[in-house]
Write a protein of this length. Structure first.
Length: 119
């Protein structure tokens, strides 16, 4: 099994920055890509960004392109999400997720960290 623990959430004013971290432990070799998802109140969970196993390829939803940067440090089994120019609509619970090399699905999830952006 893989355990994922997020940190770095909090309250920030619009235009500010936050850096989320996700520490992985356990059978981390069983993870392929990793990603960040978010869920705002009353909305479905959405994929925000993903990064390939070796960190060479990244994907972002249009809403965060140019503002967020995803990265991973495999030596530290840690994933990051640098969030700049934050907007109130970025307010959500952010989840770290790992893609299983067996299923191809995001089977591993953290508990989530709250990000609140005030206007």
């Amino acid at each position: 099994q893989v355990q994922l623990v997020e940190s770095g959430g909090g309250l920030v004013q619009a235009g500010g920055s936050l850096r989320l971290s996700c520490a992985a432990s356990g059978r981390t070799f069983s993870m392929d890509a990793m990603g960040w998802f978010r869920q705002a109140p009353g909305k479905e969970r959405e994929k925000v960004a993903t990064v390939s196993r070796r960190g060479a390829a990244a994907y972002y939803i249009d809403d965060v392109k140019g503002r967020f940067t995803i990265s991973r440090d495999n030596a530290k089994d840690t994933e990051y999400l640098q969030m700049n120019s934050l907007k109130p609509e970025d307010t959500a619970v952010y989840y770290c997720a790992g893609q299983s090399i067996l299923t191809g699905l995001y089977d591993y999830w953290g508990q989530g960290t709250q990000v609140t952006v005030s206007a």
